[in-house]
Write a protein that binds this ligand. Sequence first.
Ligand SMILES: *Cc1c(COP(=O)(O)O)cnc(C)c1O
Length: 412
Amino acid sequence: MTAPARTLPDSRTSADLIRAEAPVLAHNYHPLPVVVARAEGVWVEDVEGRRYLDMLAGYSALNFGHRHPALIEAAHRQLDTLTLTSRAFHNDRLAEFAERLAALTGLDMVLPMNTGAEAVESAIKVARKWAYEVKGVPADRATIVVAADNFHGRTTTIVGFSTDETARAGFGPFAPGFRVVPYNDLAALREAVDETTAAVLIEPIQGEAGVVIPDDGYLAGVRELTRRENCLFVADEIQSGLGRTGRTLAVEHEEVVPDVLLLGKALGGGIVPVSAVVARREVLGVLRPGEHGSTFGGNPLAAAVGTAVVELLETGEFQRRAAELGTALRDGLTALVGRGVVGFRARGLWAGVDVDPAIGTGREISERLMREGVLVKDTHGSTIRLAPPLTITGEELAGALAALAKVLTQAA
Ligand SMILES: *Cc1c(COP(=O)(O)O)cnc(C)c1O
C-alpha cells in the first residue's frame, strides 16, 4: 500500500488547509470555512490574521473565554509537576477537585470522567445499578425515561434514544431500556414512569434542540414526580451548567436539586476534556472497586484545571455577568423580532434565534455573520445559537447584535 501524496504547501493559507482536510479527515462535521490559528478571550484569529468574535464558545466549553489566565496558569503549573497517574494510584489533586465541585453543586460525591458522553454513559450505569440494588427492580428490567429532541452525546447507547434521525440512522442495533416522552410534558412523563423506572434523564434546557426552555414549573414537577415515584432525576447540565444561564446550574432557576448532575464542557476550561457525574452519596455509592473506570478520568491535569474552573465559579462573577448581559442579549433580540427574527428563546448568555427562513438557512446566516467577523453555529433549520464566552463585554455583545441586524437586512 502506498500513502497518498501529501499536498500541503509550506506556506499554508486557510484555503490550503481546508482543501488538505477533505481526503484525510472524517466528514462528521460541516465546519464554517474559517481556520482558527490563535485565540484570546472572546476573540479568535484565523491563519490570515482576520479577527472574529467567538459567539459559540466551543458549545459552552469556553465559558471563561479562550485561554483564561487563571486556567492557563493552573494548567502550566500542573504540566510542570504531574500529568497522569491512572486511578491505579492516588494523585494529590483529585480530593480537592471533588470536594470543591461537590460543594459548588450542593451534592456529595463526584465520579470524574473525560467527555460529556462518558458522563452520560456513566450515569446510565449508575442509575441502573441503583435501581437493582436500592429500588429493587428485577434484574435487567430497569428503564430510563428521556425526552424527545434530546442531545446527550454520540455513543451507540446514547444515539439509540435520540429522536434525531441524522444522529441515529445506520448505527443500530440499539440498547433497549429507554422510553422517550415529549419534552416539557409532565403528564406524558407521569404516564411513562413505573416500577421499573431507574431514572428520568433530561436537559434542564435543551441546547442542541435550539435552546428550548421548558415552562416554569416543569423542572420542579420532574423533581416532585421522581421523588414520589422513587426514581432518580438525572439533569444533563453539560451545556447549560457552569454559569451559562446566569446561575451556576440551570436547575437553580427553579430551586431544584437533582439526584444526579452531569457536567462537562466548561468544566475543562476549554483546555482539556473534563466531565463529572455529581450525585448524592446513596446513588454514586453503588459503585464499588472494579465496576467502572477510565484511564484518564480524574487525571491530575484535569483535576487542576477543573479546580481552577470551580474557583472561578465560586466568585459568582461569571454567573452575575451572564445574568446581566443576558438582559442586554434579550433586549437586543427583542428589537430584531419582526426584522428578520421570527422568535427566540434566551436565558443568561444563551439564545436560540429563529431566523425568517425567507432570509436564509441557519447555515447561510452563520456564513454571512462570519464575513462580518462574528462566529456562530446553526442548530436546526433556520435557528442559530448564540453562546458567547461569559467574559464578553457589553460593547462586544452590542457589536455582535449589530452584525446580526446587518446580515438579517441583507438580501439573500
Ligand atoms: C455536548 C453535550 C454532551 C456530550 O458531550 P461530549 O463532550 O461532546 O461527549 C452531552 N449532553 C449535552 C447536553 C451536551 O450539550
